[in-house]
Design a protein around this ligand. Structure first.
Ligand code: ADP
Ligand code: MG
Length: 292
C-alpha cells in the first residue's frame, strides 16, 4: 500500500478507537492467521470480585480476610486488589506486614504479627509444602464455575480458600465470533489454573487455550505458533504480556491496560473492546485492496 493509503487507513481506524502506531502493523493485520488473547483484563473485565470464602483451619471469615488483605496490600495484581477491596468494603482494618515477596505466576508471601502468610495457587502450596487435603475438590468445584480459587495458609497450615470471579466483557463473545468468521484461529492464554481457564474459554466460545502459563512463557507461545507458520496477533493488557506483544507479528494492547503493554504493542484498542481487533483487520484489508 502507498504511504497515502496507509495514512487514510490509520485515520479510519482511529475513528473506531483503534490507535495504530506503525503503518507496517496496519498492513500485517489483514494477514493474521492466529490470534492469542490473554484472559484476565483482555477477555474478562479484569476487575475480579471476591465471591466465596471457604474456611479450612480458621475460625472466622473476617480474620481470614483481614490477614489475606493485609498480605495482598503489598501486591498490585488484580487478584490482590479484589481481596483488599473486599476487606475495605467491610471496614476491616489492614495490618502491617513485613518481608513481602511476590512469587511470579504463583502468589505472594509475607509475615504479619509473627505469623507466616502465604496466598496463591496450588503450585505455590506444593512449593511451600502446605497440605491441601480434601480442599482441592472444593477449589475445583469453584473453578468449574469460572471462578479463580486461591489458597490462603497461615504458618504452613491451610486456613481458607478464597475465590474471585471476573466476568467476561459483555461484547467479548461477539468480538471473538467475528475473528473466527474471518478464519482466524483464536487461542486463549492465561496464568490461571486449567479448570477456570476451561470454563472461561468455553463461555467465550474459544476451543483452544493454554493455562498455567508463566509470564516468561507467553512469548514462547507466540514463537511456537510462528514456527508452525502462523502469522500471530497477540492481545493483552498486563506487564506479563509485554514480551509476547513485542514478539507477535502484530501486538494489540487494551487501552485501559498497563503502560508497559501499550508501549510494547503496535496497536492500542482505546475502547477496551475486542471488537477493535476485527475493526483493525477490516481497515487493513480495505487499505491493501484500495491501493496496490
Ligand atoms: P494471570 O494474570 O493470567 O492470572 P499470573 O501469572 O499473574 O497470571 O497469575 C497466575 C496465578 O498465580 C493466578 O491465577 C493466581 O492463582 C496466582 N497469583 C498471582 N499473583 C497473585 C496474588 N497477588 N495473590 C494471589 N494469587 C496470585
Ligand atoms: Mg491480563
Amino acid at each position: 500500500a502507498t504511504p497515502m493509503s496507509v495514512m487514510v487507513g490509520v485515520g479510519k481506524a482511529a475513528e473506531a478507537g483503534v490507535l495504530i502506531r506503525n503503518g507496517e502493523a496496519l498492513q500485517t493485520a489483514s494477514k493474521i492467521t492466529a490470534m492469542i488473547l490473554d484472559k484476565t483484563g483482555t477477555i474478562t473485565e479484569g476487575t475480579p470480585k471476591v465471591t466465596d470464602i471457604i474456611l479450612a483451619n480458621a475460625s472466622d471469615e473476617n480474620t481470614v480476610l483481614q490477614l489475606a488483605a493485609s498480605l495482598e496490600s503489598g501486591s498490585e495484581h488484580p487478584l490482590a486488589m479484589a481481596i483488599v477491596e473486599s476487606a475495605l468494603e467491610q471496614d476491616i482494618e489492614l495490618l502491617k506486614i513485613e518481608a513481602f515477596n511476590a512469587i511470579t505466576g504463583m502468589g505472594v508471601e509475607a509475615s504479619c504479627d509473627g505469623k507466616a502468610l502465604l496466598f496463591g495457587n496450588s503450585k505455590l502450596m506444593a512449593k511451600k509444602q502446605v497440605d491441601l487435603g480434601k480442599y482441592t475438590d472444593k477449589a475445583q468445584a469453584l473453578a468449574k464455575e469460572a471462578k479463580t480459587p486461591m489458597y490462603f495458609a497461615v504458618d504452613g497450615q491451610l486456613a481458607a480458600i478464597i475465590a474471585v470471579a471476573d466476568p467476561i466483557k459483555s461484547d467479548s463473545i461477539s468480538a471473538i465470533k467475528r475473528l473466527q468468521a474471518n478464519g482466524i484461529r483464536v487461542i486463549m492464554l492465561t496464568g490461571d489454573n486449567k479448570e477456570t481457564a476451561a470454563a472461561v474459554a468455553n463461555k467465550a466460545g474459544i476451543s483452544e487455550f493454554f493455562a498455567e502459563v508463566l509470564p516468561e512463557d507467553k512469548a514462547n507461545k507466540v514463537q511456537e505458533l510462528q514456527e508452525q507458520g502462523e502469522i500471530v496477533g497477540m492481545t493483552g493488557d498486563g506487564i506479563n504480556d509485554a514480551p509476547a506483544l513485542a514478539l507477535a507479528d502484530v501486538g494489540f494492547a487494551i487501552g485501559t491496560g498497563t503502560d508497559v503493554a501499550i508501549e510494547s504493542a503496535d496497536i492500542t484498542l482505546m475502547r477496551g473492546s475486542l471488537h477493535g481487533l476485527a475493526d483493525a483487520i477490516a481497515v487493513s484489508k480495505a487499505t491493501l485492496r484500495n491501493i496496490k
